[in-house]
Design a protein around this ligand. Structure first.
Ligand SMILES: C[S@@+](CC[C@H](N)C(=O)[O-])C[C@H]1O[C@@H](n2cnc3c(N)ncnc32)[C@H](O)[C@@H]1O
Length: 512
C-alpha cells in the first residue's frame, strides 16, 4: 500500500495537471490498472472531482458523472468512497442521487454509511427525498437520514428560549453540574422560586415546574452545567425490549409536545449513550424504531438542536431530552478564552457563595478570562473590580470579556503581573478590599514550582488586603487550613473539578 505521504504527493501532482491531460491519460490508465494499483492510486478520483469542478468543460460533465457513478459499483470500498466524495463537486442530478441511495440501501459498512451520509449532506437530497418517498421500499434508516439532511439544509431549526411551556408540572427536569455543587445549585433554584426541587443527588438536582415556564427561566439559573427533561426510565431488559422502550420514550406524546413547543423548524435530535462510547448499532436500532413510531422526529447526528441522552443509573436507563445550545446563552460575554479557564457554572457558584456587600471592591488575583469577576459583578453591589494575571493575553481577554458583559458602571482594572506585586503596583492600602474571589492555578496542566507556597501567599495577601467582614472565596487544591488566624473558615464544599477534587472554601476576615 502507498504510504499516506506518497498518496498525498500523488494527489498533489494530479491536482496540478490540466484537465485534458488528467482525463485523457490518467483516467484511462486508472481504468486499466489492476485492483491493487487502483487501490493505490485512488487520488485520481479525488483529482478528477476537484480539477473538473475548477476547469472541466461543460460538455464532458455527463461523461465524468458516468465514470464516477460506475465507480460506485466497484468492489473496493475505498474506491466507492472516493467516488461518492467527488460526485457532489461535479453536481449531481436525480440519476446519481438514485445510485447513491441504492448504495446506502445496500451497504452494511458503518464507515461507508457515514461517508454516504456526508455526501447526502452536501447534495441536499430534495430529489432523493421525492424519489424515496415515491418508491416506498427504502429502509427507515435511509429515509430518516435523507429527510434530516433536507430539513437541515432547507429549514434550519432552532430552540425557542422564550416559548412558554404549559401543563408540564409532572415533568422532571434534571439540572446537572459538578459533583459537590448541588447545595449551591439548590440555593439558587430556591431563590429564583420558579421551580421546585424534588431530589438532590451527587452532581444532579431534580426539579419540577409547578407553573408554566420557558427555557429562558431555566437558563436564568447560572450554577448548573446542563439541563434536560426526563422522558422516561427504562428498566433493565433484553435488547429488543429495551430498544422498544427507549424508542417509545423518544416518540412519546409527552416528548412530541415538548419538542414541538420548543423548536422552530424541523425537529432533529442526536442520540447519545452517555459514557458508553459510540454504540452505533444500538443508536441505529433505537432511532430506526423511534422514526417508525413518530416520523416527525428525526435523528440527525449533525448540528441537531436537541440531544437525547441515555444515562445508565442504578434503576435503569434514564432517557433525557437536552437542548444543545452552543454557545451557552448564559455567557454571551465570552469573546475569548484561556486554556485553564474556569468552568462557568463553577464561577457562578463561587459568586453566589461570596454573597454581597454594598459597594464591593473585588480582586481576582488569577483572573484568567475574568469569569469569577463577571459572575460576581452580575449579582450587583460591586463598585470596583481588579483582575491580575501573569499572562498578558489573559489580561487582554479578561478586559474584553468584562466590557462585553455590559455591567452597570463598574470601575474595572486589569493588570498583567504576579499577584504578589499587585498591591504595591497599584498602591492599594491594606484592608481596602471587600472580596477576594479566585480560581488559582491548580498545577494540573501547567506545573507550578511551589504551589503550596503560592496558596500560602494567597492566604497572607487576603489577610492583609481584606477589610474586616471581607471574604476570601477560592478553590483550594490542598486540604490545608488557613495559616492566617484572621481568616475564619465559613464553608467548604468538596468539588469534582473533572477527575480530581478541590475544596471550594469561603473564609471570613475577622477584625485585624
Ligand atoms: C485556573 S486559571 C484562572 C482561570 C480564570 N478563573 C478564568 O475564568 O479564566 C489560573 C490563572 O492564574 C494565572 N497565574 C499563574 N500564576 C500566577 C501568578 N503568580 N500571578 C498571577 N497570575 C498567575 C495563570 O496565567 C492562569 O490564567
Amino acid at each position: 500500500m502507498k504510504s499516506g505521504n506518497t498518496a498525498k504527493d500523488l494527489y498533489k501532482q494530479l491536482r496540478a495537471l490540466p484537465w485534458p491531460e488528467l482525463w485523457a491519460e490518467h483516467v484511462p490508465r486508472f481504468d486499466r490498472a489492476t485492483p491493487r494499483e487502483r487501490f493505490d492510486t485512488v487520488a485520481v478520483i479525488r483529482a478528477v472531482g476537484v480539477v473538473f469542478s475548477e476547469s472541466g468543460p461543460a460538455e464532458q460533465k455527463d461523461d465524468v458523472k458516468q465514470w464516477l457513478v460506475g465507480l460506485l459499483h466497484d468492489p473496493e470500498e475505498k474506491i466507492r468512497r472516493y467516488a461518492m466524495a467527488a460526485l457532489p463537486k461535479i453536481g449531481v442530478g436525480p440519476a446519481e442521487e438514485a445510485e447513491l441511495l441504492a448504495l446506502l440501501q445496500k451497504t452494511t459498512s458503518a464507515r461507508e454509511e457515514k461517508f454516504l451520509g456526508q455526501t447526502f449532506d452536501k447534495i441536499g437530497g430534495e430529489a432523493t427525498l421525492e424519489a424515496i418517498e415515491a418508491d416506498g421500499s427504502f429502509s427507515p434508516k435511509t429515509v430518516q437520514r435523507v429527510k434530516a439532511s433536507v430539513a437541515r439544509t432547507q429549514s434550519p431549526s432552532s430552540i425557542r428560549l422564550d416559548r412558554t411551556v404549559f401543563d408540564f408540572s409532572r415533568v422532571r427536569i434534571h439540572l446537572r453540574g459538578r459533583r459537590g455543587l448541588e447545595a449551591i445549585m439548590r440555593e439558587e433554584i430556591e431563590a429564583q422560586g420558579k421551580f421546585r426541587v424534588v431530589e438532590v443527588s451527587p452532581g444532579l438536582v431534580t426539579v419540577t415546574a409547578p407553573t408554566a415556564f420557558t427555557l429562558a427561566d431555566l437558563f436564568a439559573l447560572r450554577c448548573f452545567g446542563s439541563v434536560a427533561f426526563v422522558l422516561g426510565l427504562v428498566k433493565p431488559a433484553d435488547e429488543a425490549a429495551s430498544t422498544e422502550a427507549l424508542a417509545a420514550a423518544i416518540a412519546s406524546p409527552h416528548a412530541q409536545r415538548l419538542l414541538e413547543a420548543l423548536t422552530d423548524g424541523a425537529i432533529r435530535y442526536r442520540l447519545e449513550f452517555i459514557g458508553k462510547g459510540h454504540q452505533r448499532a444500538a443508536v441505529r436500532r433505537v432511532t430506526d424504531r423511534a422514526y417508525t413510531l413518530c416520523p416527525r422526529i428525526l435523528n440527525d447526528p449533525r448540528e441537531a438542536p436537541w440531544a437525547i441522552d441515555i444515562h445508565t443509573t442504578g434503576e435503569g436507563q434514564s432517557v433525557e431530552l437536552r437542548p444543545r445550545l452552543t454557545p451557552d446563552p448564559r455567557h454571551p460575554y465570552r469573546l475569548g478564552d484561556v486554556p485553564a479557564a474556569s468552568h462557568p457554572p463553577l464561577a457562578a457558584c463561587m459568586a453566589r457563595l461570596a454573597g454581597r456587600m454594598e459597594n464591593e471592591t473585588v480582586w481576582d488575583p488569577f483572573c484568567g478570562s475574568g469569569l469569577e469577576l463577571i459572575e460576581r459583578a452580575r449579582l450587583g453591589g460591586v463598585r470596583r473590580v481588579h483582575g491580575t494575571d501573569l499572562s498578558a493575553p489573559a489580561i487582554d481577554i479578561a478586559r474584553r470579556n468584562f466590557t462585553a458583559a455590559r455591567l452597570a458602571p463598574i470601575e474595572a482594572r486589569f493588570t498583567c503581573c504576579d499577584f504578589r506585586d499587585f498591591p504595591r503596583l497599584e498602591s492599594l492600602p491594606p484592608h481596602s478590599l471587600t472580596l477576594l474571589i479566585t480560581n488559582p492555578p491548580l498545577g494540573r496542566r501547567i506545573p507550578i514550582p511551589n504551589l503550596r507556597g503560592l496558596i500560602a501567599d494567597l492566604f497572607a495577601l487576603a489577610a492583609r488586603m481584606l477589610q474586616p467582614g471581607g471574604r476570601l472565596v477560592f478553590t483550594n487544591p490542598f486540604p490545608m487550613e488557613s495559616p492566617e488566624p484572621s481568616l475564619k473558615l465559613q464553608s467548604r464544599h468538596v468539588v469534582d473539578l473533572g477527575g480530581f477534587d478541590c475544596r471550594l472554601e469561603v473564609y471570613w476576615k475577622t477584625a485585624r
